[in-house]
Design a binder for this molecule. Structure first.
Ligand code: T4K
Length: 367
């Protein structure tokens, strides 16, 4: 039986890509803020309805660079329910992560748990719009303002997500994106930082290019995380088809929801009112007593039949060896996150799923 994977990359038309490659070959300018890099930054800012975008080589370096750009030190309040890169970005900056629990209805950081985690060393909050579901940004910002903290959103999953017609990427001081192959919009590997003003964009552009402000001036200990021309060209082509891909994903989500609504022991997210979702993931949560099977039994049963759901995000980041000794990593501090991590399975969700693929997935739920 054909393998059905949790996701499948959106790929540009090969002939169109080839003709852009020809342009790059002719120009002999293959990286370092070339014309495709500039075009993609402008096109993304327009598509995402944000003032400034800075492209990166992946979605992890924007997190590391955002912390550098805002000179974040000491302790940062974050979520254990994410891909490990979120917390690793703090570790790479010598910052102590302080985990707070999540809300069950968004899987995002619970704003009510933040204040109790603030200490004199706290300098910032790093929440994640998990699965592209918007965090409670107003409540998080109110706490940040009260205590003078910065907010950096890991928006790796939130490409194109809008609340009330406004991009979710405008929330906080900075937001990061991942354009990895497994994301709604990809540039093979890639990512971006979204910022509010030109000065911050300039500083971040320096930081991703070793700190060079010009040929002879280095203004900061920057890193090399520039996107090259080949991936920028690929990204320009994928941007043209991302709306159609999101629409196709929405159709899959509707089919899953219609079928699963009356299945005992299975819950999932409905659309939030006023939100443009991107349907990047389709997590379902298994109550083993009611469903008659544990999440892991379901996961392995599917795997045996070549239907690859994924347990995003299990185990919690706070359970990994680097972080499990932290005072905030204890199970008793993170009951909701543990419950969600132990019950979640993300069903296959991408633009290219056929009716037969969807039917094969739904069979595991008695449909
Ligand atoms: N913050 C958050 C919240 C994130 O979720 C991530 C990344 C980051 C930050 C960091 O961004 P990046 O530095 O990665 O840009 C994947 C991705 O590698 C990772 O980007 C992503 N989050 C994470 C949630 O998932 P894996 O190890 O689960 O991927 P993998 O290789 O098992 O692929 C999953 C499935 O996708 C495969 O079974 C088939 C399909 N696939 C994958 C690739 C790579 C393809 O069909 N083609 C492909 O080329 O981590």
């Amino acid at each position: 039986m054909k393998q059905i994977t949790v996701t499948s990359p959106l790929l540009p038309d090969l002939d169109e890509f080839h003709s852009l490659l020809k342009e790059i070959w002719d120009s002999k300018w293959i990286t370092n803020n070339g014309s495709f890099h500039k075009r993609l930054e402008a096109a993304l800012a327009e598509y995402l309805k944000v003032p400034y975008v800075s492209l990166f080589t992946n979605g992890t370096l924007p997190l590391i660079t955002a912390l550098q750009a805002l000179r974040i030190t000491g302790e940062v309040i974050t979520t254990p329910y994410s891909f490990v890169a979120t917390t690793h970005s703090l570790w790479w900056n010598g910052i102590k992560p302080v985990f707070v629990d999540i809300e069950a209805d968004t899987c995002g950081m619970d704003p009510e748990k933040i204040e109790a985690a603030i200490t004199p060393k706290t300098t910032a909050i790093m929440p994640v719009h998990c699965y592209g579901k918007p965090c409670n940004t107003a409540a998080i910002q109110a706490i940040a303002d009260k205590y003078g903290l910065k907010v950096i959103y890991d928006a790796a999953h939130a490409f194109g997500v809008e609340v009330g017609g406004e991009s979710i990427l405008k929330a906080g001081d900075l937001s990061t994106l991942s354009f990895h192959a497994t994301k709604v919009y990809n540039t093979v590997e890639g990512g971006a930082l979204v910022m509010h003003d030109e000065t911050t964009k300039k500083r971040i552009d320096y930081l991703k290019n070793f700190g060079f402000a010009n040929e002879t001036t280095v203004v900061a200990p920057g890193i090399n995380s520039k996107m090259d021309e080949v991936r920028a060209a690929y990204g320009l082509l994928n941007l043209r088809q991302v709306d159609a891909a999101i629409e196709a994903r929405q159709k899959v989500a509707r089919k899953y929801r219609d079928a699963l609504r009356d299945v005992d022991g299975v819950t999932f997210f409905e659309d939030m009112s006023g939100v443009r979702h991107n349907y990047s993931y389709f997590p379902v949560f298994i109550d083993d007593k009611k469903f008659g099977m544990t999440r892991d039994e379901l996961y392995f049963k599917m795997k045996e039949a070549n239907v690859l759901g994924r347990r995003y995000f299990y185990p919690l980041i706070s359970e990994f060896s680097t972080y499990r000794g932290l005072p905030s990593a204890g199970r008793e501090n993170l009951p909701v996150a543990h419950k969600i991590a132990d019950s979640v399975i993300c069903l296959p969700m991408h633009h290219d799923l056929s009716e037969e693929d969807i039917a094969r997935v739904l069979k595991f739920f008695g449909k």
